[in-house]
Ligand binder design. Structure first.
Ligand SMILES: C[S@@+](CC[C@H](N)C(=O)[O-])C[C@H]1O[C@@H](n2cnc3c(N)ncnc32)[C@H](O)[C@@H]1O
Ligand SMILES: *[C@@H]1O[C@H](CO)[C@@H](O)[C@H](O)[C@H]1NC(C)=O
Ligand SMILES: *[C@@H]1O[C@H](CO)[C@@H](O)[C@H](O)[C@H]1NC(C)=O
Length: 519
């Protein structure tokens, strides 16, 4: 049934509708577009010799920008922030909040067919209006180390929009996110995986224990990657895995989680802490996708270059801005993760080469159907947040300067500390019908080492992956081809599990035998 819904969504979503709604995944800021128009107009006039119109235009631009600067100052005057407010105020004044957006880039993961989510910034605004009063009734008022307002809203919004048949969360802490999921879907079953049962926190203060939730907690705790999902889904009567929403807030390597979800057959994942390049305690999708070929993300490790200058300037104003020297490897190689795939709250980190890191970005993008990042709910001059750098995020739902709207939505009633935990929560979807690989070709040749695996993949990809379009395949074939792809890539990171390899190969052969046409 969801397939129908999804194809309908596909039909109504234009691949590049980021232009008319800030939430749609376009990564160009409106400010930037206006600026380039002005530059083009000025160039044109200079070329054609219209000096006067050119001067008048400059004057008009000057007036407009001074008005903008003035408005921003007015908004900022009321702000009291812990992170060097005075200099940030000056910073806003002449530089604009997100004026460096283009030079730093937002590492948006590309999805194969350029698909994006079906909601618009209008839907997000409407959602906000509804969610603020709900948030005010939350049982855990002070959720330090847990989710703040932005992501609570994002999770609630996505769960309510997608209306899953089952919700799974990994990492519950005192249960705030369980409560958020419950607000979105009052009668839907939740499975919560978390080492310490939220009821344990009740002794010391507020916590939330849900009545329609199965807890894999305490002595029943099993890591997401070790759960026998086939039997758990059967037990809960779930037959369509695409109707399940999986939410991760467990600070594990997101590539690891992505592969585990892929193997289990889940299609719809939400990652809470999608940390920016150079920050965070686990390997994230955003770090993985922050590679130079991505639009708007052309990084440079040249220490006297623009990026280095912009970064060191922004470092003074935003806690999580990162210097170029912290991001570049030997030989001025950009890679951003400082040599490690962080995992498990930074407790178990694996060394990673730049080549592997880059390969991971290819893998992630080869399996993404939709990728979307939740924008911050409101601009930093409204929320007084000082942590994330606005140059590294898409336009907020309520943009800076729109205090009236901020107030009308009830956001001004919330304590400003609830806005300081924004980390680009992401909505990640895997394809319903992965395109079959040319399996015969893949399995008929021996393979030995990492280089061969990746060369083979590139070859196979060229042959089959993007050529076939989204032709619905035999479902078991699809799942096998996905597993094979997972295997391909895990082999470039870890050792291939030989038993699994055997299993997949024999499965492939039996499918090939049963099928007439070459795959
Ligand atoms: C940041 S907190 C979660 C916050 C929570 N979602 C909220 O809304 O406040 C991370 C949680 O992950 C739990 N955790 C640690 N390792 C885990 C694992 N392997 N699987 C699931 N949860 C894990 C921790 O015990 C902690 O409760
Ligand atoms: C619990 O979840 C099941 C499955 O979604 C649902 O049918 C049932 O009505 C829920 N029960 C309550 C008390 O919400
Ligand atoms: C993560 O651990 C490394 C050492 O393995 C340390 O240098 C780094 O500061 C830690 N980062 C965070 C965010 O905890």
């Amino acid at each position: 049934m969801l397939e129908r819904v999804l194809s309908l969504r596909r039909g109504t979503t234009s691949p590049d509708d980021g232009d008319d709604d800030g939430a749609g995944g376009g990564d160009e800021s409106k400010t930037r577009k206006h600026a380039s128009f002005a530059i083009r107009a000025t160039n044109y006039m200079t070329r054609t010799g219209y000096l006067w119109p050119c001067l008048i235009l400059a004057l008009v631009l000057l007036v407009i920008s001074s008005v903008i600067i003035h408005t921003r100052d007015l908004v900022c005057v009321s702000s009291v922030s812990s992170f060097d407010p005075a200099s940030r105020l000056r910073f806003f004044g002449f530089d604009g909040l997100d004026s460096d957006f283009g030079s730093l880039g937002v590492p948006w993961c590309k999805s194969k067919h350029g698909k994006t989510v079906e909601w618009t910034s209008k839907d997000l605004l409407k959602g906000l209006e509804e969610f603020v009063p709900i948030y005010e009734t939350r049982p855990i008022k002070n959720n330090m180390y847990g989710m703040g307002f932005d992501h609570s809203f994002g999770l609630w919004f996505m769960a309510r929009w997608l209306k899953p048949d089952l919700m799974i969360e990994s990492g519950a802490f005192k249960g705030h996110s369980t409560w958020v999921l419950r607000q979105a879907m009052p009668y839907t079953r939740i499975l919560s995986i978390t080492p310490r049962h939220p009821e344990k926190y009740l002794k010391k203060g507020p916590a939330y224990v849900d009545q329609n939730c199965t807890y894999f907690a305490g002595k029943d705790f099993v890591d997401f990657g070790s759960v026998d999902w086939g039997s758990v889904m059967k037990k809960h009567g779930v037959t369509d895995l695409s109707r399940v929403l999986v939410f991760f807030d467990d600070h594990q390597n997101e590539l690891k989680r992505l592969k585990q979800a892929l193997r289990a057959g889940f299609k719809h994942l939400v990652f809470e802490d999608n940390y920016d390049t150079g920050t965070g305690d686990h390997y994230s999708l955003r770090q993985i996708c922050d590679q130079s070929y991505i639009r708007g993300g052309g990084h440079s490790c040249f220490k006297d270059g623009d990026e280095a200058r912009v970064r060191s300037r922004r470092r003074k104003f935003w806690e999580k801005a990162v210097d170029i020297k912290e991001l570049c490897g030997p030989g001025e190689a950009w890679w951003g993760v400082r040599g490690h795939m962080r995992d498990d709250f930074n407790h178990s980190n694996k060394a990673i080469t730049h080549a592997q890191h880059f390969q991971n970005s290819r893998f992630v993008e080869s399996i993404l159907d939709v990728y979307w990042e939740l924008p911050p709910v409101a601009g930093p001059s409204l929320t007084h947040q000082s942590r994330y750098d606005p140059a590294r995020v898409t336009s907020p739902i309520v943009e800076d300067g729109r205090y009236g709207l901020f107030q009308r939505l009830g956001l001004s009633r919330l304590e400003s500390s609830v806005f300081n935990g924004y980390t680009q929560m992401s909505d990640t979807r895997l394809p319903l019908h992965p395109i079959p690989l040319n399996l015969k070709d893949v399995v008929s040749r021996p393979f030995c080492c990492e280089e061969q695996w990746s060369a083979r993949f590139t070859e196979v990809k060229a042959e089959a992956l993007w050529l076939g379009g989204s032709e619905p395949g035999n479902p078991s074939l699809s799942s096998v081809s996905l597993r094979l792809r997972t295997l391909f890539f895990s082999s470039s990171v870890e050792r291939v599990d030989e038993e699994e390899e055997e299993e997949i190969l024999s499965e492939l052969l039996s499918i090939e035998e049963a099928s007439d046409k070459p795959m």
